[in-house]
Design a protein around this ligand. Structure first.
Ligand SMILES: [Zn+2]
Length: 276
């Protein structure tokens, strides 16, 4: 099946089909097809079951490093640049996904939100697009899901958020998705400056949004000063790559990143590996 068709089917709410102006809808369909026409088409096998959870958790745990998290955040923000939103609410997502071969074999798949008009018929969510791409590339476990955007009220729970969490629909999709482990896959959401970053799992997000009785604070938040680490990787004019420096300032920033995010990830890794 063609990926763009799959997206269209996934985003069509049956109850709204009767009410749409079909010519406008066809125009949007055309635009959507054009937007996704550059995605390579491959045969996607039917996913039947999860991998052995122990196997999957071990590899997710080993891939949770400060560097991998920062890279996923950068890719999500770069993707956000091409997001399409009629109300300028742009979201970028990046999923670090592993293949059966082990943690050394991973790919980062990006997604954007795509909602060119008011119509609900065309409404692609960044996280779901990235997950579709990971599935299409035959990857088997999502270890990091990074989401970058400005925050708003959560439309399903009504909660205020410091960063933009995956929405209720995306939380449901991920909770039941064969690539996502609701207790192990790391969900990282950040404001576009990366000054505020939150980390959790799908089950922790669920507790935050749906469990009014929950006393624990399930989401961990980091606040940072402006850092060079957070600046976009943009080559100088005329250059094709970014020059890597190793100054004392760079090292101080890395120590700050490692001593906050790194310590949190280390704890997560140990918890996941202990569960085996
Ligand atoms: Zn969503």
């Amino acid at each position: 099946m063609n990926l763009a068709n799959t997206l269209m089917l996934a985003s069509c709410a049956p109850s709204s089909l009767n009410r749409v102006d079909m010519s406008a809808s066809q125009d949007l369909t055309q635009k959507t097809m054009e937007a996704f026409s550059r995605l390579p088409e491959t045969d996607t096998p039917t996913f039947s079951s999860r991998l052995n959870p122990e196997y999957q958790r071990k590899h997710i745990a080993l891939s949770l490093t400060p560097g991998n998290v920062l890279l996923a955040l950068h890719r999500a923000r770069e993707a956000r640049e091409v997001a399409v939103s009629h109300r300028n609410f742009r979201v970028g997502a990046a999923i670090t996904a592993l293949s059966v071969g082990g943690p050394a074999m991973f790919k980062i798949l990006t997604g954007i939100n795509y909602k060119p008009g008011e119509s609900r018929d065309v409404n692609v969510h960044a996280e779901q697009l990235a997950l579709l791409k990971a599935t299409d590339r035959h990857l088997t476990a999502a270890s990091i899901v990074a989401v970058v955007g400005e925050t708003q009220l959560d439309q399903q729970s009504g909660h205020t958020m410091h960063t933009l969490h995956p929405c209720g629909l995306c939380r449901d999709v991920m909770k039941n998705h064969p690539l996502v482990d609701p207790d192990a896959t790391l969900i990282v959401s950040a404001l576009p400056t990366f000054r505020t970053i939150e980390m959790s799992t799908i089950n922790e997000l669920d507790a935050f949004h749906n469990d009014e009785q929950s006393q624990a604070e399930p989401i961990t938040r980091f606040e940072f000063p402006p850092l060079k680490l957070f600046e976009p990787f943009v080559p100088e004019p005329g250059q094709t790559s970014v020059e890597i420096t190793d100054t004392e300032e760079d090292r101080q920033e890395e120590r700050l990143w490692d001593s906050s995010v790194g310590v949190y990830l280390m704890k997560r890794r140990l918890e996941l590996l202990d569960q085996r």
